[in-house]
Write a protein that binds this ligand. Sequence first.
Ligand code: AP5
Ligand code: MG
Length: 264
Amino acid sequence: MRPLAHSGTRAIPSIRHQITRIRGQFSNSSNSSTISSSMSLTRPLRLLLLGAPGSGKGTQTSRLLAKFPSIHALSSGDILRSQVALGTQLGKEASQYINNGGLVPDTTMVSLITDQLKQSQWLNNHTSWTLDGFPRTAQQAVALDEVLDKSGVGINLVVELDVDQKVILDRIEARWIHAASNRIYNLDYNPPKVPFKDDVTGEPLVKRKDDTAEVFQKRLDTYNDQLRGLKAFYKEKGVLHTVAGNTSDIIYPKLEELILEKFS
Ligand code: AP5
Ligand code: MG
């Protein structure tokens, strides 16, 4: 695939602002009432969450950040959507792929995310972070690995969220987001306090453009096409785990237990 023009974070300084906001998106969760006191890790976690669209990667990330305040998080989809909203060149070109359920070219994504990891100064032996939505192809995984190797900080946990794909279309149809913060709501599972309004700002919620049944099916097909290669790469490295369950309430305790077992 051809890389998009103006790829790389040097061309899009607004990304730092986006990262700063990312923790703010997790304050809406009705799940937080079920979360007990915060916990710390004894060694740095460098986590990838793999999962089909709508499997709950963003939702699990929100719970993790609430429980482990030292963890930083980056969502490739959130970064791309913020670029679309800002009308940048990257956003304009990426939206063609996003709105069709395809993948933004590997070269673009690799420079976008690895530049961000460097600029955020996360590539050291004391910072914990989690990525949601990147890498998404074996090629992206190899490229990320090369960058991390140079800093001596490999991925040390990959968790596949294994959710029955028949249940997730319903979730997507009920998903609404607050575009400025990327806070995620679900009309059934974690509804906003005021219908269709963001809990924190009171601003209107919107639907993602790629959350239609037709585009969702394409996103699912794209994910299924890439999954085998991606899993093989991390299985070979001995860091791949799978957590199964059809609700985030079943998956989250398993994810937390896995992290506590290995990193505390
Ligand atoms: P991205 O934003 O990464 O989308 P995705 O992978 O399709 O995943 P989603 O964000 O849709 O779902 P999620 O797993 O985060 O689930 P959530 O927690 O919201 O990517 C979008 C696009 O950008 C891609 O299609 C591609 O074009 C491009 N892109 C991104 N990264 C790329 C890359 N690396 N390379 C190339 N292109 C890239 O949960 C879903 C819903 O379920 C929510 O409403 C939530 O509230 C609800 N929910 C969660 N748990 C439960 C539960 N237990 N019960 C009921 N509802 C629940
Ligand atoms: Mg998401």
